[in-house]
Ligand binder design. Structure first.
Ligand code: TRP
Length: 384
């Protein structure tokens, strides 16, 4: 989507100071209202996870209709994916954590897509070996979040192509070159793999319906930057006899150096916390992170700091503040000047180190079952 003067958000670029409400209006999506959140809380039982309760997920398409169907006895599945261009960073986990939450609370199946082809086409600096290696590594990080091996399946594009292709053929016929160009703004020099790619990102949204021969609703949690892909998906769904997927969109978690997103495309690696960063590197990155602090200690004690612009506060908010009370206390102590940035960073580092250690252990366990989750053949009787 071509952005306004001040910011740009497309699946291939996030730049500038993003006005998320404006972006929602530009994309024409709905606000994730407190009524809908309350409804989710009631259906799922227990508390909402921070990603929902703290407004990181903030926009949707047709979530209400999906929940209506669910309450009327039509279960859905969740689908999300990852373009493997390097190690995952902490903000990449958001979409998968929400999927895991839906799976845990509602018992729904999860489909993950690993797009090693997409990144090979869209990033000229990557080799095939690299995108496949990162895909394999990223998948372990995703599965380690606690997905149920019995209810989790993976499309690893290059390994799953036989399973995807019969449906991709049909999808591709419905998507015109001019709509791809209008939605992604690809340059004339873009390779044709990249132009075709969006067809493959649509396929998992329809795959269970195709496999089961009946309409199975789909919910796609993703960063709002991915919405353009799924506008195409939704436009063609009914023409192919499949339900339009519902979407749940998040804001991008800001980078450690104050960038709009925790991306390192064109930015320093210090802008993101990679899941494979050793503790020393994590420490350095957090210590150097951009904050909303004042120029001097004296001033900060007197005037307080500004959490809204702080990349460290954004990390507390997205996952690391384990309870609402803790989150509120950190925010209040920051605003009042009671806690200085150095102390705040020290507390956050404790949380991050613990999270990394737990994650590393879960990741090793996921190794034993990751390969088996990959779908390699079309559903029985559907190889055409
Ligand atoms: N295009 C996404 C990326 O660059 C990967 C992806 C594939 C995806 N399918 C998805 C993301 C579904 C969100 C939801 O990372």
């Amino acid at each position: 989507m071509p952005g306004s003067e001040e910011f740009v958000v497309t699946p291939y670029e996030v730049r500038g100071r993003v006005d998320y409400d404006r972006l929602r209006e530009m994309f024409g999506t709905q606000e994730l209202s407190s009524e809908l959140l309350e409804r989710l809380r009631r259906l799922a039982g227990g508390e909402l996870p921070p990603l929902l309760s703290r407004g990181i997920y903030y926009s949707h398409r047709d979530l209400g209709a999906l929940l209506d169907a669910y309450e009327a006895g039509r279960p859905f599945f969740v689908y999300s994916g990852r373009g493997p261009s390097g190690p995952l960073h902490t903000s990449h986990l958001a979409q998968f954590e929400i999927c895991r939450w839906f799976q845990e609370r509602l018992g729904v199946p999860m489909y993950v897509q690993i797009t090693d082809d997409e990144k090979y086409w869209s990033r000229s600096g990557l080799t095939r070996e690299e995108t496949v290696r990162w895909g394999t590594e990223n998948l372990l990080d995703i599965l380690a979040l606690g997905f149920d091996p019995k209810r989790t399946r993976v499309f690893f594009d290059s390994k799953s192509i036989a399973a995807l292709y019969p449906l991709a053929i049909r999808v591709a016929r419905k998507i015109t070159y001019s709509s791809v160009k209008a939605v992604f703004g690809l340059e004339p020099s873009a390779n044709i793999g990249w132009i075709f790619y969006t067809a493959l990102q649509t396929v998992p949204a329809f795959w269970p319906s195709w496999a089961e021969g009946k309409s199975v609703p789909c919910l796609i949690p993703c960063g709002i930057d991915q919405d353009p892909h799924f506008r195409l998906t939704r436009d063609i769904a009914e023409g192919l006899g499949y339900p339009k997927p519902a979407l749940l969109h998040s804001r991008m978690v800001p980078g450690l150096l104050g960038e709009a997103a925790m991306s390192t495309t064109g930015a320093s690696p210090d802008n993101a916390l990679f899941l494979n960063d050793p503790p020393k590197v994590v420490e350095r990155k957090v210590r150097n992170a951009f904050t909303g602090g004042r120029a001097t200690v004296e001033e900060q004690r007197r005037l307080g700091a500004d959490p809204e612009v702080c990349s460290v506060w954004a990390l507390w908010k997205s996952r690391f503040a384990e309870s609402e009370e803790r989150f509120e206390k950190i925010t209040a102590d920051c605003r009042s000047g009671a806690m200085l940035c150095g102390e705040c960073k020290g507390l956050l580092l404790e949380r991050i180190h613990r999270f990394y250690a737990d994650h590393a252990a879960a990741r090793e366990k996921a190794r034993s079952w990751a390969e088996e989750t990959i779908i390699t053949a079309p559903p029985p009787g559907r190889d055409l």
